[in-house]
Ligand binder design. Structure first.
Ligand SMILES: NC(=O)c1ccc[n+]([C@@H]2O[C@H](COP(=O)([O-])OP(=O)(O)OC[C@H]3O[C@@H](n4cnc5c(N)ncnc54)[C@H](OP(=O)(O)O)[C@@H]3O)[C@@H](O)[C@H]2O)c1
Length: 290
């Protein structure tokens, strides 16, 4: 890991563009800062300009030559995903790497479109965003799609497909549902890789480690405080998506899973090609209303 990270750390990303969702806090924020520090152009796709301004200011003051911009995106809202993608494509700007990083855990709410909020935010929205931005990623010399998944996906025994249906009333969505969405992130990267065979675009899914970010906010405060004592910093958590987004030695590998910066075997369910294809078909139907 030491050698690889040294290479990534000294990398020059001049001329490369990174579109990162959920870049205003936690791993996403640390990732865009690391990319900007290496000369990469960063697009911070977030749902709050107010919460993103301090990140843009920090980047601009530490790296005056950096190019960083905000794109308004509520990834749980399919209308917002369509508007964000349409506006970005119309701007003509390139995307070398799309990082699907935004995520939540522990909700009891429905998205604007009527999906469980955790599924809408962690899987359905990112799926549609990826589909819509893919033509631009395909124009890059070596485009990449990076899904920030989680080792929590290993807990899942099966997918109950009703989670991809619209609902009338919200239900409690806890760690088990979070884990299912993270399995979906791994399956999505795998199936996308298969569909992109023969193109220049590669895909990756990863576990960033247990990171002391805001993702734990639904837990009781003392538990959050205690747990975070043993967790990685956001900067350490960003090493894994940074590696998948930039490492030259990964340019020829696609559809694989990484535990921090090492390739690892995901769960048997995550390696099930038929499940990955079924998830694709069902998510496409959910996201497009067909
Ligand atoms: N922390 C860990 O230990 C850990 C472990 C494994 C995987 N992960 C994954 O890492 C990713 C990043 O999470 P984190 O740990 O850095 O947590 P975090 O600090 O809570 O960051 C999550 C980011 O996602 C954004 N987000 C949530 N809902 C959104 C929406 N509807 N539209 C746009 N952005 C939205 C949040 O924005 P707001 O500030 O607006 O809410 C925030 O910027 C997640 O996918 C998570 O599942 C984390």
């Amino acid at each position: 890991m030491g050698v690889t990270l040294t290479r990534v750390n000294s990398m020059d990303l001049q001329g490369r563009s990174f579109f990162v969702t959920g870049a205003n806090s936690g791993i996403g924020r640390a990732l865009v800062e690391a990319l900007a520090a290496r000369g990469g152009r960063v697009v911070l796709a977030t749902r709050s300009e107010e919460r993103t301004r301090p990140v843009l200011s920090a980047i601009q003051s530490r790296y005056p030559a950096a190019r960083a911009q905000w794109v308004s995106l509520d990834v749980s809202d399919l209308g917002s995903v369509r508007r964000a993608a349409q506006a970005f494509l119309a701007s003509g700007q390139p995307i070398d790497v799309l990082v699907n990083n935004a995520g939540i855990a522990g909700t009891r709410a429905l998205s604007k479109d009527g999906f469980d909020l955790t599924y809408a935010t962690n899987h359905i929205g990112p799926f549609l965003l990826t589909t819509l931005l893919l033509p631009r990623v395909r124009e890059a010399p070596q485009g990449r799609v990076v899904n920030v998944a989680s080792g929590a996906h290993m807990m899942v025994k099966r997918i109950d497909w009703s989670v991809l249906e619209r609902r009338l009333t919200p239900q409690r969505s806890g760690l088990t549902d979070y884990a299912v969405t993270k399995l979906m992130n791994v399956l999505h990267a795998k199936e996308l890789a298969r569909r992109l065979t023969g193109t220049r675009v590669t895909t990756y899914a990863l576990h960033p480690g247990a990171v002391a970010s805001n993702i734990w906010r639904s837990l009781p405060r003392p538990l959050q405080w205690f747990g975070k004592l043993f967790m990685l910093s956001n900067e350490q958590g960003a090493e894994s998506p940074l590696y998948c987004a930039t490492a030259p030695e990964l340019a020829a590998t696609t559809g694989r899973y990484y535990d921090r910066t090492r390739e690892a075997r995901p769960s048997p369910l995550a390696e099930d090609a038929a499940l990955a294809e079924e998830l694709w078909t069902r998510t496409e139907a959910a996201a497009t209303g067909n």
